[in-house]
Design a protein around this ligand. Structure first.
Ligand SMILES: NC(=O)c1ccc[n+]([C@@H]2O[C@H](COP(=O)([O-])OP(=O)(O)OC[C@H]3O[C@@H](n4cnc5c(N)ncnc54)[C@H](OP(=O)(O)O)[C@@H]3O)[C@@H](O)[C@H]2O)c1
Length: 320
């Protein structure tokens, strides 16, 4: 999508035009910047109480102030959340549950991309730990609040970058391989889809549906770890990306206003009320997903591994 083409696609604000979310609560991770902040503005403008979660107190305060200035009368709260430490995730889940005993939308949006090798406080590879395991733990701790909504949605931000790599369940934390930051991002984005598949299977009968979203290629601060050489290096993944279209990430990008449209659509669209466990892009269901990302047995295996890595905390449903 070029910048010019993006003009014909809806913005997140247009997606919520005429939608009434009054009385509903939406929790958004990574709401201090980029797609998360734009989603917060759109959902607040529809009347939802929006809980903005992110790492930095200052960035959160700025984002909340921005949403309130953009949307007079907006109902917002903030919760400090660092996905690179399970202790912070657990404290954030407790704080969210205190603010929001009922959650209608949980948008697992925060993320990092192509970061140099490092580990989280709990020893997980940084991209898998931040993008997947932190959200896995947050989500499982908020399941009671989601069930209480009698019709909730979980929206996991994935990426077409999931095509770069499956998750290696035998070495998910890169302990026995040379590190490849591109493949590690791809694996974490595959994990976001697999997480969604298992969440939907586990929770659909309890009124909670789950979705995975590719927002497009959007000009945000996500690419801050990329060098000029990295753009060239990405070409080696081109064959894996062929199944959709060839994207020139230096040219084909949209703005956060347009980029946030699909995740907001996932959160509110009546077209999805009887559907779950689907991959979305351009405000539509997309069938073109890497088969390993929607494999049900693989999704269950990732769930079991994630549970083992995050600790013994039991789910309140299905012995999960
Ligand atoms: N932009 C794109 O082209 C694109 C394409 C495909 C998929 N996506 C996905 O869309 C999502 C949002 O990306 P974006 O483009 O909006 O990126 P962004 O502008 O960099 O925003 C990322 C957000 O995540 C937060 N975050 C990062 N690390 C965190 C941590 N450890 N704990 C809590 N929050 C953390 C950031 O806050 P702090 O760093 O201040 O903590 C920020 O609020 C990501 O999951 C990304 O993978 C984006």
């Amino acid at each position: 999508m070029t910048n010019q083409q993006s003009v014909t696609k809806p913005t997140a604000l247009q997606v919520v035009d005429g939608v009434d979310m009054a009385g509903k609560t939406c929790v958004i991770t990574g709401a201090s910047a980029g797609l998360g902040r734009e989603s917060a503005r759109a959902l607040a403008s529809a009347g939802a109480h929006v809980v903005l979660a992110a790492r930095s107190h200052e960035a959160l305060a700025d984002a909340e102030q921005w949403v309130r200035a953009e949307v007079p009368g907006a109902r917002t709260s903030t919760v400090q959340l660092d996905l690179t430490a399970l202790s912070s995730v657990r404290a954030a889940a407790a704080a969210v549950a205190e603010i929001a005993p009922v959650i209608h939308v949980l948008m697992n949006n925060a993320g990092v991309m192509f970061t140099p090798f490092s580990r989280t406080a709990d020893g997980f590879e940084i991209q898998f730990g931040t993008n997947h395991l932190g959200h896995f733990e947050l989500t499982r701790l908020l399941i009671p609040q989601l069930i209480a909504a009698n019709g909730a949605r979980i929206v996991n931000l994935s990426s077409d970058g999931h095509r770069m790599s499956d998750v290696d369940l035998d070495d998910a934390n890169w302990e026995r391989r040379d590190y490849d930051k591109f493949a590690a991002y791809g694996a974490s984005k595959t994990a976001n889809v697999l997480h969604m598949v298992e969440l939907d299977r586990l929770l659909r009968d309890l009124g909670v549906r789950a979705y995975a979203v590719h927002p497009g290629v959007v000009a945000t601060s996500l690419a801050r770890h990329m060098s000029r050489d990295d753009f060239a290096d990405l070409n080696r993944f081109a064959p894996a990306q062929q199944s959709t279209k060839t994207i020139d990430v230096r040219r084909d990008f949209s703005t956060p206003e347009h980029g946030a449209a699909t995740q907001v659509w996932a959160a509110i669209s009546p077209e999805l009320s009887a559907v779950g466990s689907v991959y979305l892009a351009d405000c539509a269901i997309i069938d073109d997903v890497a088969p390993y990302a929607i494999d049900k047995a693989h999704a269950l295996a990732l769930w079991e591994l994630s549970k083992k890595l995050c600790g013994p905390e039991e789910l309140l449903v299905g012995g999960g």
